[in-house]
Ligand binder design. Structure first.
Ligand code: ATP
Ligand code: MG
Length: 512
């Protein structure tokens, strides 16, 4: 088992409660057993002292009557053993010079039963100091024995008297069994009750965690965000630990909500400013274009002035494109920021992507005759819900990139297919590819390759940003995979349907 594995709070609290309880129970059990054992042994020792007194007295009397000191009434064991008053199981032995001469134990019938040699030998080793000792007599069990020197009669003669400890052992065993069983039951009951109480105590914590989990799942990064979830008032009592956590979480949610609202307000202001500024710029830029054109048309201008005016006109055209792009982006942002998911600016019609591809590719062909333009279309028309003009712009931007960022002779293939309910539009070319360092951020605004060719062509780096904004406004995704010789931009739009082709109509042929 891995001890470093994090354990739940419930497990740790239960352990902190049950382990000391188990230790206390064990200590109490050991102390009680020791005390009872001492008490029981004391009682046996008292009875043993009485038995020893009877044995010694009987032995002295018998010695006076019969100096030969013959065997007991039934001939087994020392005569002093079967004196009246000795109970069942009492043991007696006579040891002379370390050798057991007679040894017996009182059996169930009240007669003496002889001991085996091994048992007798164990008795011979008991020191004759009158102290009670415990000896193990094998099959006979444990005995409490006392050896007394009978110095008055024969020198070196020792009388050994013993009482069985079987009943003491049995009583102690029963006590231990009862203690262990009661202890385990107690621990189990404490565990069940403790677990229930801890579970109840921790339940508010689970509710707080659930609230935090629900809030964490909300998309907080963009748009207008409402945080309706709060920890219930019952779990925010500041007098409890969990209540303090709940109250703190509620305060945190309040401040996050107001922070997000403030951010959203400032974003909205900024977007409106960008949209207004682009909109306001349109008129002056159009005027500049118009007046320069007018002046040039009149003619009769010196050559240098005419060249300068042509530059002014070209730059005005470029600026008006840029202003249009900025205005479109600002409007798409405003739509996405409204939290509606799909941009508000976008229309929702059934757009025939197949026809759209054919249109845009033929425009590209006209604009870039130096490239090879190919299409690869499915037999039926692919329809997606969306804004035809914006989707037109998506494909136009992708093809314009091939035209401006790859050398003449490059082949550009526009493929359309459906995958599940998605329409997948791919623009692939075998040009030099998107520069390595630019790939990660190629869809960002104003991201562009720093080749002088691009700059000369008036590249602003907004084309792919517009593609992204439009596609995301349609709930789709756009991605790029590029290496020299193989660049593929993939646009995925949801909700595609396929209109089956009419039987008499030929499927659109791939064309060069
Ligand atoms: N098919 C392509 N092959 C090679 N590089 C490409 C291709 N498409 C895009 N790029 C690179 O990605 C950059 C960003 O493209 P994007 O369309 O966003 O901007 P742009 O084409 O530079 O300017 P704009 O489209 O606004 O006129 C480009 O400058 C170019 O370096
Ligand atoms: Mg471009």
């Amino acid at each position: 088992m891995d001890l470093r594995r994090p354990r739940s709070l419930r497990t740790r609290l239960l352990c902190a409660f049950l382990v000391p309880l188990a230790v206390v129970l064990a200590v109490v059990g050991v102390a009680a057993t020791t005390a009872v054992r001492g008490e029981l042994l004391g009682q046996v020792d008292d009875r043993l002292a009485a038995a020893v007194a009877r044995s010694t007295q009987a032995d002295d009397t018998q010695a006076d009557d019969d100096p030969g000191d013959g065997p007991g009434r039934d001939g087994t064991g020392p005569g002093f053993l079967l004196t009246p008053g000795q109970g069942d199981g009492t043991l007696g032995a006579r040891v002379v010079d370390g050798v057991v001469t007679e040894a017996a134990v009182i059996g169930k019938e009240g007669d003496g039963e002889a001991l085996t040699a091994a048992e007798a030998a164990a008795l011979a080793r008991v020191p004759a100091d009158g102290e009670p000792r415990t000896v193990d007599l094998g099959p006979l069990g444990a005995y409490r024995v006392v050896a007394t020197g009978d110095a008055g009669e024969v020198a070196g003669e020792v009388l050994v008297t013993g009482l069985p400890l079987a009943s003491v052992r049995a009583a102690l065993l029963r006590l231990v069994v009862v203690e262990v069983a009661a202890g385990l039951l107690g621990l189990l009951a404490a565990g069940v009750v403790g677990s229930a109480v801890i579970g109840r105590t921790l339940r508010p914590l689970h509710r707080v965690a659930a609230t935090a989990g629900r809030v964490a799942q909300l998309p907080l990064s963009s748009g207008e965000v409402r945080l309706p979830d709060r920890v219930p008032a019952a779990d925010t009592d500041p007098r409890t630990e969990v209540g303090r956590v709940g109250a703190a979480l509620n305060r945190l949610l309040d401040s996050v909500e107001s922070g997000i609202a403030a951010r959203q307000a400032s974003e909205t202001r900024l977007r409106r400013f960008a949209a207004d500024a682009s909109h306001e710029l349109r008129t002056p830029v159009t005027s500049i274009r118009g007046y320069t054109e007018l002046v040039r048309r009149r003619g009769g201008l010196p050559e240098e002035v005419d060249a300068s005016l042509r530059r002014v006109e070209a730059e005005a055209v470029r600026m008006s494109g840029l202003v249009d792009d900025l205005l479109l982006l600002a409007r798409l942002d405003a739509g996405a920021g409204a939290g509606a998911g799909a941009g508000r600016e976008l229309a929702r019609d059934d757009v025939d992507l197949t026809g759209l591809v054919l249109d845009v590719v033929s425009d590209a062909h006209a604009a870039g005759p130096g490239h090879r333009w190919r299409v690869d279309l499915p037999p039926g028309a692919v329809l997606v819900p969306g804004d035809a003009a914006r989707l037109h712009q998506v494909l136009a931007n992708l093809l314009a990139n091939v035209r401006t960022h790859t050398p003449p002779g490059t082949t550009a293939t526009t493929r359309l297919r459906t995958q599940g309910t998605d329409a997948v539009l791919e623009v692939a070319d075998d040009g030099p590819g998107v520069p390595e360092g630019l790939q990660a951020g190629v869809f960002e605004r104003f991201a562009r390759g720093d080749s002088s060719r691009s700059r000369a062509a008036g590249s602003t780096g907004l084309g792919l940003a517009i593609v992204t904004a439009v596609v995301e406004g349609h709930g789709g995704t756009v991605s790029v995979a590029s290496r020299p010789g193989a660049t593929v931009f993939t646009v995925r739009l949801p909700g595609a349907t396929v209109a089956e082709p009419d039987d008499d109509e030929e499927p659109a042929p791939a064309r060069a």
